[in-house]
Ligand binder design. Structure first.
Ligand code: DX5
Ligand code: ZN
Length: 216
């Protein structure tokens, strides 16, 4: 299982500590949540933070765009050092062209769906993707409670993936913690995003260790 701590839950006055946590622990990726105040009500951060992460983090940057017009930013994100670029199916008219643009920029492409979007809507794109991101909360804010219907949706997504494109990774994002991580991995998740469960923990290093070990 790949663990991708979400920077959104970190202390932004001490980003150096957050970057060090990623570098010094078994965290696999760093998840970067970009919000535009349009596709989602919230605004998070953009290029200055992504560039700082790229300069200091020695692990892949897993960028999650919660924005309209992701196509406007693909090349800049690639230049900034994104390892994967995820965007929402609900935010675009032509997901296929964005997937191709991401690949042309030399980056892994990840398609994301919110909890109310049918899993089957991903099917036409599956074989062109590197990863799919299943939201287990409504995109927009960290610290929300995990939606229990995610379990059934994850199992459906796993069946779809296994039939159509077995190499595609499945990542789950939102409300992931030590009590649900093991089950999500058992149900087919390859990667888990964890914001509050890592950066909100009293001992973030321990939290990374337990999330990794408890669910491998
Ligand atoms: C929500 C973001 C998540 C969020 C996860 O819109 O996509 O990545 O930061 O935070 P937790 O783990 O606190 O739910
Ligand atoms: Zn996210």
């Amino acid at each position: 299982m790949f663990l991708s701590p979400s920077l959104l839950a970190a202390d932004f006055s001490r980003l150096d500590r957050a970057f060090e946590l990623i570098n010094e622990t078994d965290a696999d990726w760093l998840h970067l949540d970009v919000m535009d105040g349009q596709f989602v009500p919230n605004i998070s951060f953009g290029f200055p933070i992504i560039q700082a992460a790229a300069a200091h983090v020695r692990k892949p940057l897993d960028v999650h765009l919660m924005i309209f017009h992701p196509e406007r930013y693909v090349e800049r994100l690639a230049e900034a050092g994104a390892w994967s670029i995820g965007f929402h199916l609900e935010a675009v008219d032509d997901a296929r062209s964005v997937i191709r643009q991401i690949h042309q920029a030399g980056v892994r492409a990840c398609l994301t769906i919110n909890p109310q979007t049918p899993v089957a809507d991903l099917a036409p794109y599956m074989s062109e993707l590197d990863m799919v991101l299943l939201m287990s909360v409504q995109a927009g804010y960290g610290g929300q409670s995990f939606l229990p219907q995610t379990h059934e949706r994850l199992q459906e997504l796993c069946r779809l993936r296994n039939q159509v494109a077995p190499g595609v990774l499945i990542e789950v994002d939102g409300g992931v913690n030590e009590s649900n991580a093991g089950m999500l991995v058992a149900e087919g998740a390859d990667a888990l995003v964890a914001g509050s469960a890592v950066f909100g923990a009293k001992q973030p290093q321990e939290a990374v260790r337990r999330l990794k070990n408890g669910s491998c």
